[in-house]
Design a protein. Structure first.
Lengths: 115, 112
Protein backbone atom coordinates (compact mmCIF):
# COMPACT_ATOMS: atom_id res chain seq x y z
CA UNK A 1 0.00 0.00 0.00
CA UNK A 2 1.00 3.61 -0.50
CA UNK A 3 2.71 5.54 2.27
CA UNK A 4 0.90 8.80 2.96
CA UNK A 5 2.12 11.73 5.00
CA UNK A 6 0.31 14.88 6.08
CA UNK A 7 1.62 18.21 7.31
CA UNK A 8 1.04 19.62 9.82
CA UNK A 9 0.04 16.79 12.13
CA UNK A 10 -1.78 19.26 14.33
CA UNK A 11 -2.27 22.98 14.70
CA UNK A 12 -4.04 25.54 16.84
CA UNK A 13 -5.30 28.52 14.88
CA UNK A 14 -7.10 31.75 15.53
CA UNK A 15 -10.56 32.49 14.24
CA UNK A 16 -10.58 34.18 10.85
CA UNK A 17 -7.24 32.80 9.67
CA UNK A 18 -6.56 30.07 7.09
CA UNK A 19 -4.55 26.86 7.25
CA UNK A 20 -3.19 24.81 4.38
CA UNK A 21 -2.77 21.07 4.91
CA UNK A 22 -0.46 19.07 2.70
CA UNK A 23 -0.82 15.45 1.66
CA UNK A 24 2.12 13.62 0.08
CA UNK A 25 2.10 10.06 -1.30
CA UNK A 26 5.17 7.98 -2.02
CA UNK A 27 3.82 6.70 -5.35
CA UNK A 28 1.57 7.96 -8.12
CA UNK A 29 -2.11 7.42 -7.40
CA UNK A 30 -5.22 7.96 -9.45
CA UNK A 31 -7.56 9.36 -6.83
CA UNK A 32 -7.01 11.61 -3.84
CA UNK A 33 -9.74 12.54 -1.40
CA UNK A 34 -10.16 14.86 1.58
CA UNK A 35 -12.31 13.96 4.58
CA UNK A 36 -13.37 15.77 7.72
CA UNK A 37 -13.90 14.05 11.05
CA UNK A 38 -15.58 16.30 13.56
CA UNK A 39 -15.09 15.51 17.27
CA UNK A 40 -16.68 12.19 18.15
CA UNK A 41 -18.07 11.76 14.65
CA UNK A 42 -17.51 9.61 11.63
CA UNK A 43 -15.77 10.68 8.44
CA UNK A 44 -17.42 12.92 5.89
CA UNK A 45 -16.06 13.33 2.38
CA UNK A 46 -15.25 16.95 1.57
CA UNK A 47 -14.08 16.58 -2.01
CA UNK A 48 -12.23 14.58 -4.59
CA UNK A 49 -8.97 16.23 -5.62
CA UNK A 50 -8.62 16.01 -9.39
CA UNK A 51 -5.18 16.28 -10.96
CA UNK A 52 -4.99 19.22 -13.29
CA UNK A 53 -8.56 20.39 -12.79
CA UNK A 54 -10.90 21.74 -10.15
CA UNK A 55 -11.83 19.52 -7.24
CA UNK A 56 -15.27 17.90 -7.05
CA UNK A 57 -17.03 18.97 -3.87
CA UNK A 58 -19.68 17.10 -1.93
CA UNK A 59 -22.93 18.66 -0.89
CA UNK A 60 -22.39 21.15 1.90
CA UNK A 61 -18.78 21.95 1.02
CA UNK A 62 -17.71 24.83 -1.24
CA UNK A 63 -14.50 25.84 -2.93
CA UNK A 64 -14.33 29.25 -1.27
CA UNK A 65 -14.20 27.63 2.15
CA UNK A 66 -12.10 24.56 1.26
CA UNK A 67 -9.91 25.31 -1.78
CA UNK A 68 -8.02 22.24 -2.95
CA UNK A 69 -5.05 21.87 -5.23
CA UNK A 70 -3.59 18.81 -6.88
CA UNK A 71 -0.66 19.76 -9.06
CA UNK A 72 0.52 16.20 -9.72
CA UNK A 73 -0.24 12.53 -9.01
CA UNK A 74 1.48 12.43 -5.61
CA UNK A 75 0.56 15.68 -3.87
CA UNK A 76 -2.51 17.64 -2.81
CA UNK A 77 -3.35 20.50 -0.47
CA UNK A 78 -6.52 21.43 1.37
CA UNK A 79 -6.96 24.94 2.73
CA UNK A 80 -9.45 25.68 5.48
CA UNK A 81 -10.31 29.34 4.97
CA UNK A 82 -11.65 31.99 7.33
CA UNK A 83 -11.76 29.49 10.14
CA UNK A 84 -14.26 29.37 12.98
CA UNK A 85 -14.37 27.08 16.02
CA UNK A 86 -16.81 24.86 14.10
CA UNK A 87 -13.94 23.95 11.77
CA UNK A 88 -12.13 22.21 14.62
CA UNK A 89 -11.79 18.67 13.29
CA UNK A 90 -9.40 16.05 12.06
CA UNK A 91 -8.76 16.40 8.33
CA UNK A 92 -7.65 13.28 6.52
CA UNK A 93 -6.51 12.66 3.00
CA UNK A 94 -6.89 9.31 1.33
CA UNK A 95 -5.64 7.81 -1.92
CA UNK A 96 -6.76 5.12 -4.31
CA UNK A 97 -5.37 3.64 -7.49
CA UNK A 98 -1.86 3.27 -8.79
CA UNK A 99 0.14 1.54 -6.11
CA UNK A 100 -2.89 1.43 -3.83
CA UNK A 101 -5.02 -0.65 -6.18
CA UNK A 102 -8.78 -0.48 -5.66
CA UNK A 103 -8.63 0.36 -1.96
CA UNK A 104 -8.55 3.73 -0.22
CA UNK A 105 -5.69 4.23 2.19
CA UNK A 106 -5.61 7.08 4.65
CA UNK A 107 -3.04 9.49 5.86
CA UNK A 108 -2.43 10.03 9.59
CA UNK A 109 -4.67 13.10 9.69
CA UNK A 110 -4.27 16.73 10.73
CA UNK A 111 -5.87 17.69 14.02
CA UNK A 112 -7.05 21.29 13.82
CA UNK A 113 -8.24 23.36 16.75
CA UNK A 114 -9.68 26.80 16.11
CA UNK A 115 -9.89 29.23 19.01
CA UNK B 1 -29.35 6.27 -0.98
CA UNK B 2 -26.46 4.23 0.24
CA UNK B 3 -25.91 4.07 3.97
CA UNK B 4 -24.02 2.16 6.62
CA UNK B 5 -25.29 1.48 10.12
CA UNK B 6 -23.20 0.39 13.05
CA UNK B 7 -25.78 -0.24 15.76
CA UNK B 8 -23.34 -0.33 18.66
CA UNK B 9 -21.77 2.99 19.60
CA UNK B 10 -19.62 1.53 22.36
CA UNK B 11 -18.71 -2.05 23.26
CA UNK B 12 -16.65 -3.31 26.19
CA UNK B 13 -15.16 -6.78 26.19
CA UNK B 14 -12.71 -8.56 28.46
CA UNK B 15 -9.25 -9.31 27.19
CA UNK B 16 -9.22 -12.78 25.69
CA UNK B 17 -12.93 -12.78 24.99
CA UNK B 18 -14.39 -12.99 21.51
CA UNK B 19 -15.62 -9.93 19.67
CA UNK B 20 -18.25 -9.21 17.06
CA UNK B 21 -18.91 -5.70 15.72
CA UNK B 22 -22.05 -5.29 13.68
CA UNK B 23 -22.40 -3.50 10.38
CA UNK B 24 -25.44 -3.24 8.13
CA UNK B 25 -25.45 -1.52 4.78
CA UNK B 26 -27.96 -0.27 2.30
CA UNK B 27 -26.77 -0.51 -1.30
CA UNK B 28 -28.50 -1.56 -4.49
CA UNK B 29 -25.68 -3.35 -6.25
CA UNK B 30 -23.02 -5.76 -5.06
CA UNK B 31 -21.14 -3.73 -2.49
CA UNK B 32 -17.48 -3.18 -1.90
CA UNK B 33 -17.19 -3.33 1.90
CA UNK B 34 -14.43 -2.30 4.26
CA UNK B 35 -13.50 -2.25 7.91
CA UNK B 36 -11.06 0.37 9.16
CA UNK B 37 -9.63 0.90 12.63
CA UNK B 38 -8.63 4.21 14.17
CA UNK B 39 -6.47 4.20 17.26
CA UNK B 40 -6.53 7.32 19.44
CA UNK B 41 -4.84 10.22 17.70
CA UNK B 42 -4.18 8.18 14.56
CA UNK B 43 -5.44 7.97 11.01
CA UNK B 44 -7.45 5.06 9.64
CA UNK B 45 -5.88 1.67 9.03
CA UNK B 46 -7.49 -0.85 6.72
CA UNK B 47 -8.34 -4.12 8.49
CA UNK B 48 -9.96 -5.99 5.62
CA UNK B 49 -12.13 -5.62 2.55
CA UNK B 50 -14.70 -7.56 0.54
CA UNK B 51 -15.02 -7.13 -3.21
CA UNK B 52 -16.30 -10.52 -4.38
CA UNK B 53 -15.76 -14.24 -3.99
CA UNK B 54 -15.46 -15.97 -0.64
CA UNK B 55 -17.84 -14.30 1.77
CA UNK B 56 -15.53 -14.85 4.75
CA UNK B 57 -12.55 -12.54 4.47
CA UNK B 58 -9.46 -12.53 6.60
CA UNK B 59 -7.73 -9.34 7.62
CA UNK B 60 -4.80 -8.13 9.63
CA UNK B 61 -4.37 -8.49 13.38
CA UNK B 62 -6.45 -11.68 13.49
CA UNK B 63 -9.70 -10.05 12.36
CA UNK B 64 -12.19 -11.56 9.94
CA UNK B 65 -15.54 -10.48 8.55
CA UNK B 66 -18.39 -12.28 6.89
CA UNK B 67 -20.50 -10.83 4.10
CA UNK B 68 -24.13 -11.93 4.29
CA UNK B 69 -26.11 -10.60 1.37
CA UNK B 70 -29.45 -11.85 2.72
CA UNK B 71 -28.95 -9.83 5.88
CA UNK B 72 -27.13 -6.88 4.28
CA UNK B 73 -24.47 -7.34 6.91
CA UNK B 74 -20.69 -7.36 7.13
CA UNK B 75 -19.87 -8.10 10.75
CA UNK B 76 -16.34 -8.00 12.05
CA UNK B 77 -15.09 -10.74 14.36
CA UNK B 78 -12.05 -11.66 16.38
CA UNK B 79 -11.82 -14.84 18.47
CA UNK B 80 -9.65 -13.40 21.24
CA UNK B 81 -9.32 -9.68 21.89
CA UNK B 82 -6.07 -8.08 23.02
CA UNK B 83 -5.79 -4.87 25.03
CA UNK B 84 -4.16 -3.22 22.00
CA UNK B 85 -7.38 -3.72 20.02
CA UNK B 86 -9.03 -0.89 21.95
CA UNK B 87 -9.87 1.67 19.25
CA UNK B 88 -12.65 3.04 17.06
CA UNK B 89 -13.84 0.74 14.29
CA UNK B 90 -15.50 1.99 11.13
CA UNK B 91 -17.41 0.00 8.54
CA UNK B 92 -17.69 1.52 5.06
CA UNK B 93 -19.25 0.81 1.69
CA UNK B 94 -17.91 2.13 -1.61
CA UNK B 95 -20.52 3.42 -4.01
CA UNK B 96 -20.39 3.34 -7.79
CA UNK B 97 -18.68 6.71 -7.84
CA UNK B 98 -15.79 5.29 -5.83
CA UNK B 99 -16.73 7.22 -2.72
CA UNK B 100 -16.61 5.68 0.73
CA UNK B 101 -19.65 5.98 2.94
CA UNK B 102 -18.83 5.39 6.57
CA UNK B 103 -20.86 4.17 9.49
CA UNK B 104 -20.86 6.12 12.72
CA UNK B 105 -18.20 3.93 14.23
CA UNK B 106 -18.04 1.58 17.22
CA UNK B 107 -15.71 2.36 20.08
CA UNK B 108 -14.17 -0.75 21.57
CA UNK B 109 -12.90 -0.82 25.13
CA UNK B 110 -11.00 -3.81 26.47
CA UNK B 111 -11.11 -4.74 30.17
CA UNK B 112 -8.03 -6.36 31.68
Amino acid sequence: SAVISQKPSRDICQRGTSLTIQCQVDSQVTMMFWYRQQPGQSLTLIATANQGSEATYESGFVIDKFPISRPNLTFSTLTVSNMSPEDSSIYLCSVEGGGSGDTQYFGPGTRLTVL
Amino acid sequence: AQSVTQPDIHITVSEGASLELRCNYSYGATPYLFWYVQSPGQGLQLLLKYFSGDTLVQGIKGFEAEFKRSQSSFNLRKPSVHWSDAAEYFCAVENQGGKLIFGQGTELSVKP
